[in-house]
Design a protein around this ligand. Sequence first.
Ligand code: EPU
Length: 345
Amino acid sequence: MALKTCEHYSLLPHNTFHMDVDAKRFIEYETEEDLQQLIPQLDSSEPILHIGAGSNLLFLDNFPGTILHSAIRGIEQVGEDEDTVLLRAGAGVVWDDFVAYAVRQGLGGAENLSLIPGEVGASAVQNIGAYGVEVKDIIEQVEAIDLHTGEKRTFTNADCQYAYRQSIFKGQLRGQYAITHVTYRLSRHPRLNLEYGDLRSLFDEKVKQQVNAEDSEMVYCVREAVNDIRRKKLPDPQELGNAGSFFKNPIISQEQFHSLQAHFPDMPHYDLPDGNVKVPAGWLIEQCGWKGQSVGRAAVHKHQALVLVNLGGATPQEIVRLSRLICQSVKERFGIDIHPEVNFI
Ligand code: EPU
């Protein structure tokens, strides 16, 4: 079996928040068959956690059981028609390597999701999203293995019950399946989504820099523009520990929104198809004066208040304390509950 098993293993390189905690056991596997053979040997009296790149986790303490990690790699074309191409990627492929691969082929659909930290498996759990696109828009199917029985199951896009940063793998089936492969449907004739903020103007600049920009190079220009925006606003986890957006953007009723708007006319908002209104948590947090503030070694990022950062050596408790104080302030000032997007372990 191609397995790597380590006891009392440091999770420092496996969580982008840089929490210095250990796992009792850490097992990395390279194939579906290895995982299936491993499952009966797992100690069912101990907790089991499957992780990706650890880019959306906050470990609160040492982990007293087994951490599983997929090293299933590879990207292959598994289908095509006149307009689209199906690419199947291993759960352990770095997400941005997948985006770069699709963009190199001139295929559209993933480019707005450039540079999001994490791996392919987690993309399908988390329904990652940015700049007007969610990964559910391009997921065709998800292959997974039941961590209790070892049975393989294929989920269609509808089976995954996707919603904003939500899926069946985070809800009803939490902890039950390990994703092994995800198949994405990408477009040969990309329809670019440039609605977000200053994406269009940055894109236009990138296009100008290309000699003879062909259609297939347009997705490359979007990727470059997205990369620029992210580098400007979001901290690089290699340099400053963080897990991206720490909170989800809250969704409130029209009524609550209108009464708040009377007091805060500048409040940014997005009307949702179901009549509710999504409000950016980053704005709420900044209005409460938290941007750039710190509690011990935990801080609110100076360019994006939705992101909490580890200034170096922060404890999980410092991050939790800061997040609780932020939630309280937002509740007191706006009467809105905000909830972490990051999973506390
Ligand atoms: N804003 C502020 N102050 C801040 C941050 C934001 O006033 O400190 C305002 C902005 O001016 C803007 C609005 O809030 O009017 C929205 O901000 P932004 O476009 O930066 O996006 P976001 O809602 O804060 C979401 C995602 C991000 C994604 C961006 C872009 C969530 C939880 N976060 O952030 O995703 O990159 O949109 O699409 O939905 C992530 O999930 O880790 C992540 C970074």
